[in-house]
Design a protein around this ligand. Structure first.
Ligand code: G3P
Ligand code: CA
Length: 238
């Protein structure tokens, strides 16, 4: 089970409807995207907490702007002139275009901004849209995942890890959460790591695996899937 990371970000501006459409048009069975809250508490799909990388010249942070203001920001032209005018997507817009059989891994991006209450807003959105199946929820903010699980226990939960940690599978066990999967940075994943996670009952999905050579290495180590900017490495059948 592999995920197109932030949509298909080599083909279109990351986390936009174009990138997300491209991912599933290519047959991706899973799509990963990042959610944050606007000033008026709307769910918007964006990775960074600022705009300088995707729309240079726009000051401030995501939650300094209302959704209406954010939807006036061009985030396409930095990627390519042909995407000029592309806007950030809302989660609602994503749910409108992504077929139900595609698994969405929604990452709650709660660092460096802590979006108080984002868990309940996300869960309400999914419930109201009747989109409670085929959605996984992950975060580097494990407290946010605890809040999710206390409010809606049926979503598969993925613990994201950036740095190398001592025995993260033990950490997952003692967290008190019902953890489905561990999502580590690929740089330290090897067979020993994967075996230990599996023995503890967790699946392993490293990020961000972009080269075929690295993908093959991860598969040889026994991972259950990967997040990739370059879904070509695993073809469209996985
Ligand atoms: O969910 C995997 C990966 O997206 C986590 O890192 O920084 O790309 O959101 P990042
Ligand atoms: Ca992410």
């Amino acid at each position: 089970m592999n995920f197109a990371h932030r949509g298909s970000l080599t083909e279109a501006p990351e986390n936009t409807i174009s990138a997300i459409k491209k991912a599933w048009e290519h047959g991706a069975k899973g799509i990963e995207l990042d959610v944050q809250l606007t000033k008026d508490q709307e769910l918007v799909i964006i990775h960074d907490h600022k705009f300088n990388r995707i729309s240079p010249g726009v000051p401030g942070k995501v939650n300094d702007y209302t959704l209406e203001e954010i939807q006036r920001i061009d985030v396409g032209s930095v990627f390519s002139k042909s995407f000029t005018g592309e806007r950030l997507a809302t989660l609602d817009e994503v749910l409108d275009v992504v077929p139900r059989e595609v698994i969405l891994n929604i990452e709650i991006k709660n660092i460096p901004l802590i979006h108080e209450g984002i868990e309940a807003i996300l869960l309400d959105c999914l419930k109201n849209r009747n989109r409670e199946d085929n959605v996984w929820i992950s975060s580097f903010d494990h407290l946010a995942l605890k809040n999710v699980q206390e409010q809606a226990s049926h979503y598969p939960i993925g613990l994201l890890f950036y740095y190398r940690m001592l025995r993260p599978w033990d950490y997952a066990k003692q967290s008190g959460l019902e953890v489905n999967s561990i999502h580590p940075n690929e740089v330290y994943v090897d067979e020993e790591f994967v075996t230990a996670c599996h023995a503890a009952g967790y699946k392993v999905y490293p990020y961000t695996v972009n080269k075929k050579h690295d993908y093959d290495k991860m598969i040889a180590a026994g991972v259950d899937g990967v997040f990739s900017n370059n879904p070509d490495i695993f073809g469209t059948s996985n």
